[in-house]
Design a binder for this molecule. Structure first.
Ligand code: HEC
Ligand code: HEC
Ligand code: HEC
Length: 449
């Protein structure tokens, strides 16, 4: 009898193909099985995250993070993306669609992918996001809050199918890998760590200011590579006044009494953040008005109080000012003799008067801000002396205010000042600006130290 015919070998010969077949099937089916397993796992995670209270928490965190400011579409669809952001020297970026649309948005994203985008600036397909997305600040956000944000964006937001346009970046600069080096050099990776020496209110404020509300994005000075010089109060220059972005300058908001907000009371600071308006002190225009309208006005009072506590406790940073911006200027008296002239008489007819700042002021501004610049007695139209924008060291924000006006809606009430870009020639604009600065803000009228 040959060995091959022995029953054991016969058994082997017959079962080998079956065995190989099974192995092949297993090899092919394994990835599929893995996928099914993963999806079941993800579904389980998602079921756990799709809870109303978590979604509500995420909605509030999205307000704190002001995600709408940048991610709202041109036609006003929240989170549908496509808003153009001009980045100096780079080009135009269009914000992403972050609604849960499966194709155009982040509907297919896992919690891990979402976390990577928010805290590390890594977007779809692993590409590095431009730091116009404030991930340097969001890096501080805790795991718990990231989960709530994810729950909100995946289950609490309506999907919108909107494909934002492609970024328009100059060819040479379009590679994204340098961002990785930039991140490595400048971005702090660590999630916020409470300081045990400080109160829980202070720590809550620190967490919000450094993290979601990203105050430093606008208010912290930048270094050579346009990186924020500090990401928390331990770094030098934190919140000591940012660069001019889109013509607006975010002032020093450290507690320095002359250069910062050291002379503001806690109540004034809270009122400013909630409403954008404190008469005889400051009003919010431009990007700060937007941040207040979309975000801070809806922030809970205890969180505003925490922000205020933290801000008032960070190290003061001294700038060039020798007196606070909001202390400058005096009421006008020189325009009173001109009162009663028609606007045409003031600036129109006699061309020699056309560039007279006082006349321009009377014709264009006095109807609301008063002949003397004191505003209305109820403070609705604010005083222009003792006004931080007029008294500020540089005139960037005053220029933008006069050209673009102010518009801010808080609690359904709109505060509106028209822009005058089209009414003023270059010469008139400069004359008006000089007048307003000299009369209502000039350093010459600074009280002696
Ligand atoms: C100051 C503007 C700004 C704010 C505020 C902002 N983003 Fe972004 N975000 C951007 C820009 C710009 C991009 C695209 C960057 C790019 O193309 O590299 C982006 C990209 C993203 C991406 C990646 C999308 C993708 O397809 O890769 C996600 C996710 C995201 N943002 C979520 C958020 C969330 C959540 C918030 C609020 C907590 C938020 N963003 C706040 C500007 C902003
Ligand atoms: C998107 C940019 C941006 C962000 C984010 C931002 N600010 Fe501002 N902030 C500005 C600008 C610009 C001004 C000047 C507004 C003006 O002159 O009308 C300003 C003004 C202020 C002022 C008034 C200062 C003065 O003397 O008039 C305070 C206080 C302030 N911001 C606090 C904050 C705090 C606190 C945060 C974060 C919770 C914050 N800002 C986030 C841009 C920003
Ligand atoms: C129709 C009424 C009206 C006219 C006219 C007007 N303003 Fe205003 N102005 C306002 C209102 C309303 C605000 C916002 C008040 C607030 O923020 O609560 C404002 C705010 C300001 C601020 C503070 C803005 C900031 O961001 O800090 C300045 C400065 C200012 N106006 C200057 C002027 C000058 C200069 C003129 C004339 C060229 C002028 N305004 C004309 C109504 C007016």
């Amino acid at each position: 009898m040959r060995a091959a015919d022995q029953p054991r070998n016969r058994f082997l010969r017959r079962s080998l193909p079956l065995f190989l077949g099974l192995l092949l099937l297993l090899c092919c089916a394994w990835p599929l099985a893995q996928q099914i397993w993963d999806e079941a796992g993800a579904l389980e995670v998602n079921r756990e995250l799709n809870r109303p209270e978590l979604i509500a928490k995420g909605r509030y965190l999205a307000v704190l993070g002001d995600c709408k400011a940048c991610h709202t579409s041109v036609d006003g669809l929240p989170y549908a993306g496509g808003r153009a952001l001009e980045v100096p020297g780079l080009g135009t970026l269009y914000t992403s669609n972050i609604t849960p649309d499966l194709k155009a948005g982040i509907g297919g994203w896992s919690l891990e992918e979402f976390e990577r985008a928010l805290r590390r600036g890594i977007g779809e397909d692993g590409r590095n996001l431009y730091p116009a997305m404030p991930y340097e600040a969001y890096a501080k956000v805790t795991d718990e809050d990231i989960r709530a944000l994810y729950a909100y964006f995946l289950f609490g937001v309506k999907p919108v199918h909107n494909e934002p346009p492609e970024n328009k970046i100059r060819n040479l600069l379009s590679a994204r890998w340098p961002i990785q080096i930039w991140n490595w050099l400048f971005v702090e990776r660590d999630v916020f760590e409470p300081d045990p020496e400080q109160s829980s209110v202070w720590n809550r404020g620190a967490y919000l200011v450094q993290g979601l509300t990203h105050c430093g994005e606008c208010h912290t000075p930048r270094g050579l590579a346009f990186q924020e010089k500090a990401y928390n109060e331990r770094g030098r220059g934190f919140l000591a006044g940012g660069p001019v972005l889109d013509g607006w300058e975010a002032y020093n908001i450290t507690p320095d009494p002359d250069s910062g907000i050291g002379k503001w009371s806690a109540e004034q600071l809270a009122q400013y953040l909630k409403t954008g308006h404190v008469n005889r002190l400051a009003q919010a225009g431009g990007p700060m008005a937007e941040a207040i309208q979309n975000s801070f006005a809806q922030v809970h009072d205890d969180d505003i109080a925490a922000i205020v506590t933290y801000l008032r406790g960070i190290p003061a940073v001294k700038g060039k000012d020798r007196s606070p911006r909001q202390s400058r200027g005096t009421p006008a008296s020189d325009v009173i003799p001109l009162r009663g002239n028609t606007f045409e008489e003031d600036i129109g007819g006699g061309r020699e008067n056309a560039a007279d700042g006082a006349r321009l002021y009377l014709g264009l501004c006095a109807s609301c801000h008063g002949v003397d610049g004191a505003g209305t007695s109820d403070g609705y139209y604010p005083s222009l002396f003792h006004n931080s924008t007029v008294g500020a060291h540089s005139d960037h924000n005053l220029r933008r205010t006069i050209l673009d006006g102010v518009s801010r809606t808080v609690d359904g009430h709109e505060k509106m000042m028209p822009g005058f870009a089209r009414q003023l020639s270059e010469v008139q604009f400069e004359a008006l600006l000089r007048y307003v600065r000299r009369q209502f803000g000039s350093a010459e009228t600074e009280p002696a130290d």
